[in-house]
Design a protein. Structure first.
Length: 83
């Protein structure tokens, strides 16, 4: 059951991060991947600063912060669109 919660939190975090970074999201599968990788990245970054989160809300916040960081890093390597 815990694994299902991680998937749900990953989907929600990826969706929210896509909205924060002015994107409409990338679809359910990519949002899931962004959320999961963002959770790992956020947990690592929070660990560097000594921040500990607990519970579903803490995991969601950690995943959102990590997913936003991930999308920001990806945006640094993307070429700007020419209209």
């Amino acid at each position: 059951m815990t694994f299902i919660w991680y998937i749900i939190i990953g989907i929600i975090a990826g969706f929210i991060a896509g909205k924060i970074m002015r994107g409409g999201g990338f679809g359910i599968f990519i949002n899931l991947l962004v959320g999961i990788i963002g959770g790992l990245l956020g947990g690592w970054v929070f660990g560097l600063f000594g921040i500990v989160t607990a519970g579903i809300l803490g995991n969601l916040i950690t995943s959102i912060v990590g997913a936003v960081l991930l999308l920001w890093i990806v945006s640094l390597f993307r070429r700007p669109r020419v209209s």
